[in-house]
Design a protein around this ligand. Structure first.
Ligand SMILES: *Cc1c(COP(=O)(O)O)cnc(C)c1O
Length: 456
């Protein structure tokens, strides 16, 4: 199975050709999802005793299965948080796979981990965290948030007073769903400040003051958002940091989406206070142009993460041996065996330089401002709020929720665009609105105008 044969050489060339075609295509199609039964009918049995052969399997992939995906890097994919990995990063993702690096321990992955750490040092420098702060790459923001919450909880529970208490964290309803989901995994309760607008230090102050004695005892952390997923809102990080310091609470900043904007001079000041965080989540697979999957968690004091996450086992002792000196990424997050998933980011950074990253992120910010102007110029649409980071919320005047859904499906079906509705809460009302999120610097003004025109 592993022997080099002529077929395999050809297969490798085919795969490389496909990859090159894919990343140099300028007008790739937005795919259409199909039901599992439809896909099954198209491809038949693929996992058989004898195998169907690489050529056949690849053909099925190209002809049917690939077309049932919606590539996140399409310039008119403006839904959720899209992606736009650089070609350098994608090519090095292949290199990462081909190199079979076990990225848990320095002993096996020194070269790969060295590269990851170079990229990480740059990311940490963007945050302004003090000397000694460092981080590791994770599978995504969810795993990064979980790793941080568990670190915070274990640190809190060092004190015997809290050993038997169920922890409590405060965040706002603007926080990402993964905060709530990971609080469940970590078995801690969560209290949501009921506003989707910027969470201010004062709001946090009031919420803490409203807690009863036992709730206050259980409170150990606050999660602020550095760019909400829905609207791009950055909480009052300085004000929140102040309260956390006074109250002796762990301060986590979830900047999974917004973190890329730390490099953009035009908005960097909005993140002031992030340098006071105990932990920060940033997803390079969102706004740092890395392929999936690549998140990151950064700690002010990585030793605390190590205490929470370092795994023990007789089969692992060798990795702690003197001969294996070095940084072991597994010690700082929830995963043991791990891909050196920061490697594509490192190669891309090394290739392009950080100035290119700055330009590409600034372009996303510009596109949001541009979309705001185009929306203001059109009578059939209006802004719900001013664009924030690269998110734009706007309404089609006169539409009800079904109209938005229908419009999304129509655009999707025709392979034109993927723009999805969301809800925005103002006062006690939730309104269905349309949302753009710009990541891809290749999105054009014309793309935006065409999408707005399709709402007429
Ligand atoms: C996307 C996102 C997450 C989750 O990250 P994944 O990489 O999808 O796990 C968490 N927080 C925020 C603010 C996000 O935008």
């Amino acid at each position: 199975m592993h022997k080099i044969d002529i077929d395999l050489v050809e297969m490798t060339l085919d795969v490389m050709k496909y990859t090159i075609d894919r990343i140099s295509a300028t007008n790739s199609k937005i795919g259409k999802p199909k039901k599992e039964s439809e896909l099954k009918a198209l491809v038949g049995e693929t996992v058989t005793h004898e195998g169907i052969g690489g050529e056949q399997a690849f053909k099925l992939w190209k002809n049917h299965l690939m077309k049932a995906n919606v590539p996140a890097d399409h310039p008119r994919h403006l839904a959720f948080v899209p992606a736009s990995p650089t070609r350098a990063a994608v090519m090095f993702d292949l290199v990462t796979s081909a190199s079979s690096i076990h990225g848990a321990y320095w002993m096996e992955g020194a070269g790969g981990i060295f590269c990851e750490n170079e990229a990480m040092r740059w990311m940490v420098s963007l945050t302004g965290l003090p000397e000694g702060a460092f981080g590791v790459f994770t599978s995504g923001g969810t795993a990064a948030n979980l790793s941080a919450i568990v670190t915070a909880r274990e640190y809190w529970r060092r004190d015997d007073t809290y050993k038997r208490e169920k922890g409590l964290i405060i965040t706002s309803i603007g926080a990402h769903s993964s905060i709530k989901a990971m609080a469940k995994v970590a078995d801690v309760d969560i209290l949501l400040v009921d506003s989707e607008e910027k969470l201010m230090g004062n709001d946090l102050r009031k919420t803490i003051d409203s807690l009863n004695f036992h709730q206050r005892k259980r409170l150990f952390a606050v999660v602020a958002t550095g760019g909400t997923t829905n609207a791009g809102i950055i909480d009052d990080l300085d004000g929140i940091a102040q309260v956390c310091e006074t109250e002796n609470l762990w301060f986590h900043v979830d900047a999974a989406y917004g973190g890329g904007a730390l490099i953009a001079d035009s908005v960097r000041h909005l993140f002031n206070g992030i340098e006071r965080a105990d932990s920060i989540t940033i997803d390079p697979h969102k706004w740092m142009f890395s392929p999936y999957d690549c998140g990151a968690v950064i700690y002010k004091n990585p030793e605390l993460a190590k205490e929470a996450h370092s795994q023990e086992g007789s089969y692992l002792d060798i990795f702690k041996d003197d001969g294996a000196h070095g940084f072991n990424p597994t010690d700082y997050q929830i995963q043991l065996t791990r891909r050196v998933r920061g490697l594509p980011l490192w190669f891309s950074l090394a290739t392009h330089g950080t100035n290119k990253y700055k330009e590409a992120v600034e372009r996303g910010l510009e596109l949001a401002q541009l979309a705001g102007k185009l929306i203001a110029n059109e009578p059939h649409v209006e802004l719900v709020r001013e664009p924030s980071l690269s998110c734009v919320l706007y309404r089609r005047i006169g539409w009800n929720p079904e109209d938005y859904t229908h419009w999304t499906y129509e655009n999707h079906k025709s392979g034109f665009a993927l723009v999805t509705p969301t809800k925005w809460k103002s006062g006690n009302e939730y309104e269905t609105v349309s949302r753009f999120c710009f990541i891809n610097p290749d999105t054009t003004e014309k793309d935006i105008q065409m999408i707005l025109d399709s709402m007429k």
